[in-house]
Design a protein around this ligand. Structure first.
Ligand code: PMT
Length: 400
Protein backbone atom coordinates (compact mmCIF):
# COMPACT_ATOMS: atom_id res chain seq x y z
CA UNK A 1 0.00 0.00 0.00
CA UNK A 2 1.28 3.51 -0.73
CA UNK A 3 2.49 5.73 2.06
CA UNK A 4 1.62 9.38 2.45
CA UNK A 5 3.68 12.02 4.17
CA UNK A 6 1.20 14.74 5.12
CA UNK A 7 2.61 18.18 5.95
CA UNK A 8 0.02 20.36 7.67
CA UNK A 9 0.69 24.10 7.90
CA UNK A 10 -1.13 26.85 9.75
CA UNK A 11 -4.43 27.61 8.05
CA UNK A 12 -8.03 27.36 9.18
CA UNK A 13 -8.66 24.56 6.65
CA UNK A 14 -6.16 22.33 8.47
CA UNK A 15 -9.21 20.57 9.96
CA UNK A 16 -9.98 19.07 6.52
CA UNK A 17 -6.73 17.13 6.58
CA UNK A 18 -7.93 15.19 9.63
CA UNK A 19 -10.63 13.64 7.47
CA UNK A 20 -8.14 13.16 4.64
CA UNK A 21 -5.77 11.25 6.96
CA UNK A 22 -8.68 9.13 8.14
CA UNK A 23 -9.82 8.34 4.57
CA UNK A 24 -6.33 7.31 3.48
CA UNK A 25 -5.87 5.12 6.56
CA UNK A 26 -9.19 3.38 5.80
CA UNK A 27 -7.77 2.59 2.36
CA UNK A 28 -4.81 0.95 4.06
CA UNK A 29 -2.30 3.72 3.33
CA UNK A 30 0.46 4.50 5.80
CA UNK A 31 0.09 8.15 6.85
CA UNK A 32 2.83 10.09 8.61
CA UNK A 33 1.93 13.63 9.69
CA UNK A 34 4.33 16.57 10.02
CA UNK A 35 3.04 19.88 11.37
CA UNK A 36 4.37 23.39 11.60
CA UNK A 37 4.02 25.07 14.96
CA UNK A 38 1.23 27.31 13.63
CA UNK A 39 -0.69 24.28 12.39
CA UNK A 40 -0.78 22.95 15.95
CA UNK A 41 -2.74 26.12 16.93
CA UNK A 42 -5.55 25.05 14.57
CA UNK A 43 -5.65 21.29 15.18
CA UNK A 44 -4.13 19.16 17.90
CA UNK A 45 -1.36 16.70 16.97
CA UNK A 46 -3.10 14.20 19.21
CA UNK A 47 -6.03 13.98 16.78
CA UNK A 48 -3.72 12.95 13.95
CA UNK A 49 -1.86 10.57 16.24
CA UNK A 50 -5.09 8.79 17.13
CA UNK A 51 -6.05 8.47 13.45
CA UNK A 52 -2.67 7.51 12.02
CA UNK A 53 -1.36 5.49 15.00
CA UNK A 54 1.98 7.25 14.58
CA UNK A 55 3.63 10.12 16.43
CA UNK A 56 3.21 13.52 14.78
CA UNK A 57 6.38 15.50 14.17
CA UNK A 58 5.90 19.12 14.92
CA UNK A 59 9.40 20.39 15.49
CA UNK A 60 12.93 20.00 14.25
CA UNK A 61 14.37 18.96 17.55
CA UNK A 62 12.79 15.55 18.05
CA UNK A 63 15.30 12.78 18.60
CA UNK A 64 15.84 10.09 15.97
CA UNK A 65 13.76 7.69 18.08
CA UNK A 66 10.81 10.08 18.04
CA UNK A 67 10.88 9.89 14.26
CA UNK A 68 10.76 6.09 14.30
CA UNK A 69 14.25 6.27 12.83
CA UNK A 70 17.01 5.36 15.29
CA UNK A 71 19.83 7.89 15.25
CA UNK A 72 22.09 5.24 13.71
CA UNK A 73 19.82 5.33 10.65
CA UNK A 74 20.12 9.03 10.05
CA UNK A 75 18.56 12.39 10.77
CA UNK A 76 14.79 12.33 11.24
CA UNK A 77 13.58 14.98 8.79
CA UNK A 78 15.89 13.61 6.10
CA UNK A 79 15.08 9.93 6.65
CA UNK A 80 11.36 10.38 7.01
CA UNK A 81 10.76 11.35 3.38
CA UNK A 82 12.75 8.46 1.98
CA UNK A 83 10.06 5.83 2.14
CA UNK A 84 6.98 7.93 1.33
CA UNK A 85 5.36 7.62 -2.09
CA UNK A 86 4.09 11.17 -1.98
CA UNK A 87 4.58 14.22 0.24
CA UNK A 88 1.44 16.37 0.32
CA UNK A 89 1.49 19.75 2.02
CA UNK A 90 -2.11 20.71 2.80
CA UNK A 91 -3.11 23.33 3.52
CA UNK A 92 -0.06 25.08 2.10
CA UNK A 93 -0.28 28.66 3.33
CA UNK A 94 1.11 31.67 1.43
CA UNK A 95 3.90 31.77 4.00
CA UNK A 96 4.74 28.10 3.40
CA UNK A 97 4.80 28.54 -0.38
CA UNK A 98 7.18 31.49 0.03
CA UNK A 99 9.41 29.48 2.36
CA UNK A 100 9.45 26.47 0.01
CA UNK A 101 10.27 28.73 -2.95
CA UNK A 102 13.11 30.35 -0.97
CA UNK A 103 14.45 26.95 0.15
CA UNK A 104 14.09 27.70 3.87
CA UNK A 105 14.46 24.78 6.23
CA UNK A 106 13.76 25.91 9.78
CA UNK A 107 10.51 24.06 10.31
CA UNK A 108 10.01 20.33 9.96
CA UNK A 109 7.66 20.57 6.93
CA UNK A 110 9.93 22.79 4.81
CA UNK A 111 13.11 20.98 5.93
CA UNK A 112 11.66 17.61 4.91
CA UNK A 113 10.54 19.09 1.57
CA UNK A 114 14.03 20.48 0.98
CA UNK A 115 15.61 17.11 1.75
CA UNK A 116 13.37 16.05 -1.16
CA UNK A 117 12.94 12.33 -1.65
CA UNK A 118 9.23 11.85 -2.34
CA UNK A 119 7.39 13.77 -5.09
CA UNK A 120 6.14 17.00 -3.52
CA UNK A 121 2.53 18.13 -3.92
CA UNK A 122 1.16 21.39 -2.54
CA UNK A 123 -2.51 22.19 -1.96
CA UNK A 124 -2.55 25.95 -1.32
CA UNK A 125 -5.29 27.54 0.78
CA UNK A 126 -5.49 31.19 1.71
CA UNK A 127 -7.43 34.43 1.38
CA UNK A 128 -8.19 35.22 -2.32
CA UNK A 129 -6.16 38.46 -2.24
CA UNK A 130 -3.16 36.59 -0.86
CA UNK A 131 -3.56 33.95 -3.57
CA UNK A 132 -3.79 36.56 -6.33
CA UNK A 133 -0.80 38.55 -5.04
CA UNK A 134 2.11 38.55 -7.53
CA UNK A 135 4.45 37.34 -4.76
CA UNK A 136 2.36 34.18 -4.23
CA UNK A 137 1.91 33.61 -7.97
CA UNK A 138 5.66 33.97 -8.54
CA UNK A 139 6.35 31.49 -5.74
CA UNK A 140 3.90 29.02 -7.29
CA UNK A 141 5.61 29.47 -10.65
CA UNK A 142 9.04 28.86 -9.06
CA UNK A 143 7.81 25.68 -7.38
CA UNK A 144 6.16 24.41 -10.55
CA UNK A 145 9.37 24.99 -12.51
CA UNK A 146 11.17 22.85 -9.95
CA UNK A 147 8.75 19.98 -10.49
CA UNK A 148 6.43 20.50 -7.51
CA UNK A 149 2.86 19.34 -8.23
CA UNK A 150 -0.06 21.65 -7.54
CA UNK A 151 -3.60 20.83 -6.44
CA UNK A 152 -5.26 24.13 -7.33
CA UNK A 153 -7.39 25.86 -4.70
CA UNK A 154 -11.14 25.96 -5.18
CA UNK A 155 -13.47 28.95 -5.38
CA UNK A 156 -16.00 29.92 -2.75
CA UNK A 157 -16.54 31.78 0.48
CA UNK A 158 -13.58 31.90 2.86
CA UNK A 159 -13.60 31.74 6.65
CA UNK A 160 -12.85 35.51 6.65
CA UNK A 161 -16.02 36.17 4.62
CA UNK A 162 -14.22 37.08 1.36
CA UNK A 163 -15.21 35.24 -1.81
CA UNK A 164 -12.84 34.05 -4.49
CA UNK A 165 -10.09 31.53 -5.18
CA UNK A 166 -8.30 30.10 -2.18
CA UNK A 167 -10.31 27.25 -0.64
CA UNK A 168 -8.63 23.98 0.20
CA UNK A 169 -10.41 21.28 -1.83
CA UNK A 170 -12.65 18.95 0.19
CA UNK A 171 -11.04 15.80 1.70
CA UNK A 172 -12.72 13.59 -0.89
CA UNK A 173 -11.22 15.64 -3.74
CA UNK A 174 -7.75 15.47 -2.15
CA UNK A 175 -8.21 11.71 -1.70
CA UNK A 176 -9.17 11.27 -5.37
CA UNK A 177 -6.21 13.34 -6.46
CA UNK A 178 -3.83 11.16 -4.40
CA UNK A 179 -5.39 7.96 -5.75
CA UNK A 180 -4.99 9.14 -9.35
CA UNK A 181 -1.43 10.34 -8.66
CA UNK A 182 -0.30 6.99 -7.28
CA UNK A 183 -2.40 4.73 -9.54
CA UNK A 184 0.42 4.52 -12.06
CA UNK A 185 2.98 3.44 -9.43
CA UNK A 186 5.24 0.62 -10.66
CA UNK A 187 3.68 0.51 -14.13
CA UNK A 188 7.21 1.00 -15.54
CA UNK A 189 9.04 -1.02 -12.91
CA UNK A 190 12.10 -2.75 -14.36
CA UNK A 191 12.05 -0.58 -17.52
CA UNK A 192 15.24 1.37 -18.27
CA UNK A 193 14.52 4.76 -19.74
CA UNK A 194 16.90 7.35 -21.18
CA UNK A 195 15.57 10.89 -21.65
CA UNK A 196 17.37 13.88 -23.16
CA UNK A 197 16.22 17.40 -22.35
CA UNK A 198 17.06 21.06 -22.88
CA UNK A 199 18.74 23.00 -25.64
CA UNK A 200 22.41 22.37 -26.38
CA UNK A 201 24.84 25.28 -26.10
CA UNK A 202 27.52 25.53 -28.73
CA UNK A 203 30.40 27.74 -27.56
CA UNK A 204 31.65 30.70 -29.56
CA UNK A 205 34.21 31.64 -26.95
CA UNK A 206 34.53 31.00 -23.16
CA UNK A 207 31.51 33.22 -22.35
CA UNK A 208 29.23 33.10 -25.42
CA UNK A 209 27.30 30.32 -27.06
CA UNK A 210 24.74 29.57 -29.75
CA UNK A 211 21.64 28.13 -28.10
CA UNK A 212 17.87 27.88 -28.29
CA UNK A 213 14.86 28.47 -26.03
CA UNK A 214 14.37 24.90 -24.80
CA UNK A 215 13.94 24.97 -21.01
CA UNK A 216 14.11 21.21 -20.49
CA UNK A 217 10.58 21.18 -19.01
CA UNK A 218 9.06 18.70 -21.48
CA UNK A 219 11.93 16.23 -21.06
CA UNK A 220 12.06 16.65 -17.29
CA UNK A 221 8.31 16.01 -17.03
CA UNK A 222 8.74 12.79 -19.05
CA UNK A 223 11.70 11.68 -16.90
CA UNK A 224 9.84 12.54 -13.68
CA UNK A 225 6.69 10.66 -14.71
CA UNK A 226 8.76 7.60 -15.68
CA UNK A 227 10.69 7.65 -12.38
CA UNK A 228 7.47 7.88 -10.37
CA UNK A 229 6.16 4.86 -12.27
CA UNK A 230 9.20 2.89 -11.09
CA UNK A 231 11.42 3.09 -14.19
CA UNK A 232 15.20 3.28 -13.87
CA UNK A 233 15.72 6.67 -15.49
CA UNK A 234 18.86 8.30 -16.87
CA UNK A 235 18.36 11.96 -17.73
CA UNK A 236 20.88 13.69 -20.00
CA UNK A 237 20.11 17.38 -19.71
CA UNK A 238 21.50 20.83 -20.29
CA UNK A 239 19.32 22.13 -17.43
CA UNK A 240 20.48 20.13 -14.37
CA UNK A 241 19.26 22.70 -11.82
CA UNK A 242 15.59 21.95 -12.58
CA UNK A 243 15.96 18.18 -13.02
CA UNK A 244 13.52 15.98 -11.08
CA UNK A 245 14.63 13.86 -8.14
CA UNK A 246 14.96 10.11 -8.43
CA UNK A 247 16.75 10.04 -11.78
CA UNK A 248 20.39 9.38 -12.71
CA UNK A 249 21.55 12.77 -13.89
CA UNK A 250 24.10 13.46 -16.64
CA UNK A 251 24.71 17.15 -17.13
CA UNK A 252 25.92 18.24 -20.60
CA UNK A 253 26.26 21.43 -22.59
CA UNK A 254 27.03 20.73 -26.23
CA UNK A 255 25.59 18.37 -28.84
CA UNK A 256 28.89 16.45 -28.87
CA UNK A 257 28.73 15.99 -25.09
CA UNK A 258 25.11 14.85 -25.38
CA UNK A 259 26.05 12.45 -28.17
CA UNK A 260 28.82 10.88 -26.01
CA UNK A 261 26.57 10.63 -22.91
CA UNK A 262 23.70 9.05 -24.84
CA UNK A 263 25.82 6.52 -26.72
CA UNK A 264 27.65 5.46 -23.54
CA UNK A 265 24.41 4.18 -21.94
CA UNK A 266 22.30 3.35 -25.01
CA UNK A 267 22.88 -0.42 -25.00
CA UNK A 268 21.38 -0.80 -21.49
CA UNK A 269 18.14 1.06 -22.32
CA UNK A 270 14.66 -0.20 -23.12
CA UNK A 271 13.20 3.16 -24.10
CA UNK A 272 14.89 6.35 -25.30
CA UNK A 273 13.04 9.67 -25.46
CA UNK A 274 14.93 12.41 -27.30
CA UNK A 275 13.20 15.58 -26.14
CA UNK A 276 16.33 17.73 -26.32
CA UNK A 277 16.56 20.52 -28.83
CA UNK A 278 19.96 19.59 -30.25
CA UNK A 279 21.66 22.31 -32.27
CA UNK A 280 22.04 21.17 -35.87
CA UNK A 281 25.19 23.29 -36.27
CA UNK A 282 28.09 24.41 -34.09
CA UNK A 283 30.80 27.00 -34.64
CA UNK A 284 33.69 25.32 -36.41
CA UNK A 285 36.08 26.61 -33.79
CA UNK A 286 35.38 28.16 -30.40
CA UNK A 287 37.82 30.97 -29.49
CA UNK A 288 39.93 30.12 -26.44
CA UNK A 289 39.68 33.65 -25.03
CA UNK A 290 36.81 36.13 -24.97
CA UNK A 291 36.51 37.95 -28.27
CA UNK A 292 36.97 41.70 -27.81
CA UNK A 293 34.59 44.22 -29.31
CA UNK A 294 36.50 45.70 -32.27
CA UNK A 295 33.71 47.15 -34.38
CA UNK A 296 34.32 44.58 -37.13
CA UNK A 297 31.73 42.14 -38.49
CA UNK A 298 32.05 38.77 -36.78
CA UNK A 299 31.65 36.03 -39.37
CA UNK A 300 30.92 32.56 -38.12
CA UNK A 301 31.59 29.32 -39.87
CA UNK A 302 29.16 26.64 -38.70
CA UNK A 303 29.65 22.92 -39.18
CA UNK A 304 26.92 20.28 -38.84
CA UNK A 305 26.47 18.46 -35.55
CA UNK A 306 25.84 14.74 -35.53
CA UNK A 307 22.16 13.74 -35.65
CA UNK A 308 22.04 11.75 -32.41
CA UNK A 309 18.55 10.34 -32.93
CA UNK A 310 19.40 9.16 -36.46
CA UNK A 311 22.53 7.48 -35.10
CA UNK A 312 20.46 5.69 -32.45
CA UNK A 313 18.01 4.65 -35.19
CA UNK A 314 20.94 2.96 -36.97
CA UNK A 315 22.21 1.30 -33.77
CA UNK A 316 18.80 0.35 -32.46
CA UNK A 317 18.13 -3.18 -31.29
CA UNK A 318 15.31 -3.85 -28.80
CA UNK A 319 15.04 -0.18 -27.81
CA UNK A 320 11.81 1.74 -28.31
CA UNK A 321 12.93 5.03 -29.81
CA UNK A 322 10.89 8.21 -29.38
CA UNK A 323 11.90 11.50 -30.96
CA UNK A 324 10.30 14.92 -30.87
CA UNK A 325 9.86 17.30 -33.78
CA UNK A 326 9.62 21.03 -33.16
CA UNK A 327 7.87 22.50 -36.17
CA UNK A 328 6.44 25.83 -37.22
CA UNK A 329 4.20 24.40 -39.96
CA UNK A 330 2.46 21.07 -40.61
CA UNK A 331 3.87 19.13 -37.63
CA UNK A 332 2.19 15.88 -38.75
CA UNK A 333 3.90 15.76 -42.14
CA UNK A 334 7.27 16.73 -40.68
CA UNK A 335 6.93 14.17 -37.87
CA UNK A 336 6.17 11.41 -40.39
CA UNK A 337 9.19 12.34 -42.50
CA UNK A 338 11.44 12.30 -39.42
CA UNK A 339 10.01 8.96 -38.27
CA UNK A 340 11.20 7.31 -41.49
CA UNK A 341 14.45 9.22 -41.85
CA UNK A 342 15.59 8.64 -38.25
CA UNK A 343 14.12 5.10 -37.91
CA UNK A 344 12.26 5.99 -34.72
CA UNK A 345 9.19 4.16 -33.35
CA UNK A 346 7.36 7.37 -32.57
CA UNK A 347 7.89 11.01 -33.43
CA UNK A 348 6.00 13.45 -31.25
CA UNK A 349 5.32 16.60 -33.22
CA UNK A 350 4.72 19.95 -31.58
CA UNK A 351 3.83 23.21 -33.25
CA UNK A 352 6.27 25.70 -31.80
CA UNK A 353 5.02 28.67 -33.83
CA UNK A 354 2.27 29.43 -31.29
CA UNK A 355 2.87 31.62 -28.28
CA UNK A 356 2.45 29.98 -24.88
CA UNK A 357 3.10 26.38 -25.99
CA UNK A 358 6.21 24.38 -26.84
CA UNK A 359 9.50 26.07 -26.02
CA UNK A 360 9.95 27.49 -22.52
CA UNK A 361 6.33 27.06 -21.44
CA UNK A 362 4.43 24.80 -19.02
CA UNK A 363 2.01 23.91 -21.82
CA UNK A 364 2.34 21.94 -25.02
CA UNK A 365 0.17 20.71 -27.84
CA UNK A 366 1.41 17.47 -29.32
CA UNK A 367 0.56 14.78 -31.83
CA UNK A 368 2.12 11.33 -31.98
CA UNK A 369 3.02 9.71 -35.27
CA UNK A 370 3.62 5.97 -35.01
CA UNK A 371 4.85 3.49 -37.61
CA UNK A 372 1.32 2.20 -38.07
CA UNK A 373 -2.13 3.50 -37.31
CA UNK A 374 -3.71 6.93 -37.14
CA UNK A 375 -2.13 9.96 -35.53
CA UNK A 376 -2.87 10.45 -31.83
CA UNK A 377 -3.46 14.11 -30.96
CA UNK A 378 -4.17 15.72 -27.60
CA UNK A 379 -5.38 19.25 -26.90
CA UNK A 380 -3.16 21.87 -25.33
CA UNK A 381 -2.28 20.56 -21.85
CA UNK A 382 0.35 21.06 -19.12
CA UNK A 383 3.56 19.21 -19.99
CA UNK A 384 3.20 17.14 -16.81
CA UNK A 385 -0.19 15.80 -17.95
CA UNK A 386 1.15 15.11 -21.42
CA UNK A 387 4.06 13.16 -19.92
CA UNK A 388 1.58 10.89 -18.12
CA UNK A 389 -0.46 10.43 -21.29
CA UNK A 390 2.67 9.58 -23.27
CA UNK A 391 3.57 6.81 -20.79
CA UNK A 392 -0.03 5.56 -20.66
CA UNK A 393 -0.04 5.26 -24.45
CA UNK A 394 3.39 3.61 -24.45
CA UNK A 395 2.10 0.99 -21.98
CA UNK A 396 -1.03 0.42 -24.08
CA UNK A 397 1.07 -0.18 -27.19
CA UNK A 398 3.72 -2.39 -25.61
CA UNK A 399 1.79 -4.55 -23.14
CA UNK A 400 -0.74 -6.24 -25.39
O1 PMT B 1 12.39 22.14 -23.31
P1 PMT B 1 11.04 22.81 -23.36
O2 PMT B 1 11.12 24.31 -23.14
O3 PMT B 1 10.05 22.14 -22.48
O4 PMT B 1 10.50 22.65 -24.87
C1 PMT B 1 10.21 21.37 -25.36
C2 PMT B 1 10.58 21.22 -26.85
C3 PMT B 1 9.73 22.15 -27.71
C4 PMT B 1 12.07 21.54 -27.06
C5 PMT B 1 10.33 19.69 -27.21
O5 PMT B 1 8.97 19.43 -27.06
C6 PMT B 1 10.78 19.38 -28.63
O6 PMT B 1 10.08 19.58 -29.59
N1 PMT B 1 12.02 18.84 -28.76
C7 PMT B 1 12.66 18.54 -30.04
C8 PMT B 1 13.24 19.80 -30.58
C9 PMT B 1 14.04 19.54 -31.85
O7 PMT B 1 15.22 19.66 -31.82
O8 PMT B 1 13.37 19.08 -32.88
P2 PMT B 1 14.07 18.68 -34.28
O9 PMT B 1 12.92 18.58 -35.22
O10 PMT B 1 15.16 19.63 -34.63
O11 PMT B 1 14.70 17.27 -34.03
C10 PMT B 1 13.99 16.02 -34.21
C11 PMT B 1 14.54 15.00 -33.23
O12 PMT B 1 15.91 14.72 -33.53
C12 PMT B 1 14.49 15.39 -31.77
O13 PMT B 1 14.13 14.26 -31.04
C13 PMT B 1 15.92 15.82 -31.48
O14 PMT B 1 16.25 15.54 -30.11
C14 PMT B 1 16.73 14.95 -32.40
N2 PMT B 1 17.97 15.58 -32.90
C15 PMT B 1 17.90 16.75 -33.60
C16 PMT B 1 19.09 17.28 -34.10
C17 PMT B 1 20.30 16.62 -33.86
N3 PMT B 1 21.45 17.12 -34.31
N4 PMT B 1 20.31 15.48 -33.13
C18 PMT B 1 19.17 14.95 -32.66
O15 PMT B 1 19.19 13.90 -32.02
Amino acid sequence: MPSLLLGVTGGISAYKTIELASRMRKRGWGVQVLMTESATKFVAPLTFEAITARPVHANMWSSGEDFDFPASRGIGHIEIGKTADVFLIAPATANTLARLAAGLADDVVCATALAGHAPLVVAPAMNPRMWAHPATQENIETLRRRGVHLIPPGTGQMACGDEGIGRLPEPEELENWLLAFTSTKDTLKGVRVLVTAGGTREPLDPVRFLGNRSSGRMGHAIADAAARRGADVTLVTTQPSTAPVGVRLRSVNTALEMQAAVHSVFDEQDVVVMTAAVADYRPQQAATSKRKKDGETWRLELVPNPDILAELGQRKGKQFLIGFAAETENPERAAREKLLKKKADWIIGNDVSRLGVGFDSDMNHILIVEREGPVVEWPELPKRDLAEKIWDLFLQRTTR
